[in-house]
Design a protein around this ligand. Structure first.
Ligand SMILES: C[S@@+](CC[C@H](N)C(=O)[O-])C[C@H]1O[C@@H](n2cnc3c(N)ncnc32)[C@H](O)[C@@H]1O
Length: 235
């Protein structure tokens, strides 16, 4: 399917399934703060990580965040969870080409997580597709599969703290994406996927990490609608 033929999708799986082939090439345009955002997430994800860690990537898509972790920890074993099979197929192709040990799980984030224990649970731009109750429930389940002292890093699209700021963040996101070369077709396709977005504020999510029992829950990075949320399993 070409980007121009996309106007509306029935499900989130079909929306991301259609995007799988062009997803990676559009990332730096559609995530204007790409380097700082993923860079900060990677810094936390690999802090104190053993040489051959077990890492779970939630809503892994084409494996972008997983591949960044594998570049820092080449002996990592990665488990990638996603509900869109074409995205996971891209991830398998990319990670296999680099010789990265990994397995994929085609499942919804609402279903039970692989048991672990994991040294790190990572996620990027995926959990905002769940409703708020789903996010809170997932945060509790993430803690259940983390090894003691393990880290959870959620590099996320968040809601603005007020409706006015949310509207401003949305407008500036489009301005910044256009400034980086996104055209009408790419933005229309992104907006079609964004019809499934249910973002929560960073402040609410730090509260839910605290409520779930994470140690040092925090939002160490935020640029407009892009935020990194972190917390640790008690040692
Ligand atoms: C914007 S992509 C992000 C992919 C990757 N983490 C990255 O940073 O590029 C969001 C991914 O989350 C997946 N996703 C969204 N909701 C999901 C759910 N409820 N269960 C499993 N995967 C989901 C989509 O299929 C998609 O691959």
């Amino acid at each position: 399917m070409s980007e121009t033929s996309i106007s509306k999708f029935e499900t989130i799986e079909s929306a991301f399934g259609a995007a799988a082939g062009t997803y990676d090439s559009a990332r730096r345009r559609l995530v204007p703060c790409f380097d700082d955002f993923y860079g900060t997430a990677l810094r936390f994800a690999t802090l104190d990580l053993p040489e051959a860690p077990h890492v779970l990537d939630l809503g892994a898509g084409t494996g972008l965040f997983s591949a960044l972790v594998a570049a820092v920890r080449p002996r990592a074993h990665l488990t990638l969870v996603d509900s869109a099979e074409p995205m996971l197929a891209e991830a398998t192709r990319a990670l296999s080409a680099r010789g990265v040990a990994h397995e994929v799980r085609h499942q919804d984030l609402a279903e039970p997580l692989p048991h672990g224990p994991y040294d790190a649970v990572i996620s990027a731009l995926a959990i905002h597709h769940l409703g708020d109750d789903g996010k809170r429930d997932l945060y509790r389940r993430v803690l259940g599969v983390l090894a003691p002292g393990g880290v959870f890093v959620n590099a996320e699209q968040v809601a603005g703290p007020t409706p006015r700021l949310d509207e401003l963040y949305d407008r500036w996101w489009e301005d910044d994406a256009r400034a980086r070369g996104s055209g009408d077709a790419e933005l229309a396709a992104a907006r079609a996927r964004m019809a499934f977005d249910r973002p929560a504020t960073a402040a609410d999510q730090v509260g839910w990490l605290c409520e779930a029992g994470f140690t040092d829950p925090a939002c160490p990075y935020a640029h407009l609608r892009f935020a990194v949320l972190v917390g640790w399993s008690p040692s």
